[in-house]
Design a protein around this ligand. Sequence first.
Ligand SMILES: Nc1ncnc2c1ncn2[C@@H]1O[C@H](COP(=O)(O)OP(=O)(O)OP(=O)(O)O)[C@@H](O)[C@H]1O
Ligand SMILES: CC(C)(CO)[C@@H](O)C(=O)[O-]
Ligand code: BAL
Length: 282
Amino acid sequence: MRTVHSLKELRAILRGYRQQEKTIGLVPTMGNLHEGHISLVRKAAEAADVVVTSIFVNPMQFGANEDLDTYPRTLIDDQNKLDEAGNTLVFAPSAEEVYPDGLARHTRVIVPDVSDGHCGASRSGHFEGVATVVSVLFNMIQPDFAVFGEKDFQQLAVIRKMVRDLMIPVEVIGAPTVREDDGLAKSSRNGYLSAEDRKTAPVIYQVLQATAAKIVDGRDDFLALAQEAGESLGAAGLRLDYFNIANSQTLKPATQEDREVTLLAAAYLGSTRLIDNISVTR
Ligand SMILES: Nc1ncnc2c1ncn2[C@@H]1O[C@H](COP(=O)(O)OP(=O)(O)OP(=O)(O)O)[C@@H](O)[C@H]1O
Ligand SMILES: CC(C)(CO)[C@@H](O)C(=O)[O-]
Ligand code: BAL
């Protein structure tokens, strides 16, 4: 498996694949790969002949007080994992390659509505950074398919809308959340947790499941349910960012008419911010 860092080299290789009429699947990541990412690579390989995994810790999507500098960068380990998973090519560009005129002077993509609320409310500018870098990666690689995890549910909704609105000819595929045995969603940021916080972390999924069960049992007082769930997280020692119950498509607050609702949660353990979600059909 090859790793390339420059767009020029990437395009030369991809041209060869296209001449052979091979389809291309893209898995965008920020590296520090785990089984969640590997499941996306496998899904991409089911859809496409060639799988490109991009590894780029995108400075545009990090807030001033976030973990851009400390975000784990583990390229050699990542390459080994991707090799075993049958990935074809790794694209690991520098910030200069992605943002040649610098971050401040780069054209930005804003995706209205679905970027609002949830993580968008607490991470100002985050989804603008995500939509911008994903559109740059789409143009660099021009994949037929791109796979994203449902763990980042709002991100997936933002990318689906961006692709629809800008008529980008890429088929977006969502992949289910891969979890640890105790239910905690796998995430690069789990590595920041102390041993004690790691024991508490599965509470997020437990509270999501318990709240989803109440909805399946017929409760539809969504605001009260979300508040109770937030209090349960607080009682377990997490610092709540949000617990919301939303329409699965629009991500607006759920109403009694909605058949598909998604429960989205974000909470801190120490300085580590974890997110998770569950979707329910009523
Ligand atoms: N547990 C998981 N199951 C399925 N997909 C996942 C999982 N974790 C991450 N992904 C997906 O992998 C892609 C790259 O995500 P990213 O590199 O940010 O990983 P991450 O582990 O979520 O990192 P972070 O801790 O920064 O959120 C995204 O599409 C994301 O939704
Ligand atoms: C999609 C993504 C790779 C864009 O930087 C990132 O937001 C992520 O890792 O989910
Ligand atoms: N997994 C989403 C990337 C981020 O948290 O910045």
